[in-house]
Write a protein that binds this ligand. Structure first.
Ligand SMILES: NC(=O)c1ccc[n+]([C@@H]2O[C@H](COP(=O)([O-])OP(=O)(O)OC[C@H]3O[C@@H](n4cnc5c(N)ncnc54)[C@H](O)[C@@H]3O)[C@@H](O)[C@H]2O)c1
Length: 244
């Protein structure tokens, strides 16, 4: 019986690519508020993906989704990919409501998912992976994919996720649980408007946006035994746009 991997944000793009990639080695349970019915299954990738409609800002929904996942077997991997951004980006145009909404989903949601998952990961000596962003490391300084402004709320929320990764990694290391982060650069999908792709590609050393599947490959490494001595690390997957 394959172990269980839980992927949030699994309805679209990066989360979906991770779910498809992981279905080779895991029983994948995808959580997303975009999933309609309470529970469905699909076999779009290499294996079956169990879909659960779940808002990661709702602790009860997360708890019940993880309970369903655990009933399938030990949860060996948990990837939090669910997040939102906002097209309008200047800090002067950012309302307090918008700031709070991004923090609520991107940072508090990550906290809720991880806090709920910790007992399961301790039980399985599993691995947690939080998808953050290059924007969480350096904001959009010197590399502005959106001429309208800096998306300070998105960048700040993703910086918070990086700090959460490091805190979780220290706390959970004594239990044999590894926690890492993955910081994508500009990846194809709806988060970056298509009209910006060509201009962005010019600025990227590898001269193109990344693909969701390339994030999934890196996620697979960080959740596998091949990275057994790596914890508290934020892996850059950004085509060379940031080297630190
Ligand atoms: N696309 C990029 O260029 C890029 C770059 C850097 C980092 N990232 C990060 O990668 C991750 C995935 O990005 P993506 O391009 O797949 O985005 P996406 O918008 O295509 O997918 C995000 C998914 O999260 C889900 N979601 C949003 N809020 C939720 C909530 N409260 N509860 C449950 N599900 C929720 C959405 O329904 C959606 O399916 C995000 O954390 C994002 O910040 C993306």
């Amino acid at each position: 019986m394959k172990p269980v991997a839980v992927i949030t944000g699994a309805a679209n793009n990066i989360g979906l690519a991770i779910a498809n990639q992981f279905s080779q080695h895991y029983q994948v349970v995808g959580l997303d508020r975009a999933f309609q019915a309470q529970e469905q299954s699909s076999s779009e990738g290499d294996g079956q993906i169990k879909k659960i409609s779940c808002d990661i800002t709702n602790p009860d929904e997360v708890a019940s989704a993880l309970k369903i996942a655990r009933a399938l077997g030990p949860i060996k991997a948990l990837v939090n990919s669910a997040a939102i951004t906002e097209a309008r980006a200047s800090i002067l145009d950012t309302s307090i409501e918008s700031w709070r909404k991004l923090m609520d989903i991107n940072l508090t949601g990550a906290f809720i998912v991880m806090k709920t998952a910790i007992p399961y990961l301790q039980e399985s000596k599993g691995v947690g992976l939080l998808i953050t962003s290059r924007a969480g490391k350096v904001g959009y300084a010197g590399f502005d994919p959106n001429p309208a402004g800096t998306k300070a709320h998105y960048c700040a929320s993703k910086a918070g996720v990086i700090s959460l990764v490091k805190s979780l990694a220290i706390e959970l290391a004594p239990f044999g649980v590894r926690i890492n982060g993955l910081a994508p650069g500009s990846i194809e999908g709806t988060m970056i408007p298509k009209e910006l792709w060509a201009g962005l590609s010019e600025k990227i050393p590898l001269k193109r946006l990344g693909l969701p599947e390339e994030i999934a490959q890196a996620a697979s490494f960080l959740c596998s035994d091949a990275s057994s001595y790596i914890t508290g690390h934020i892996l850059d997957v950004n085509g060379g746009t940031l080297m630190d």
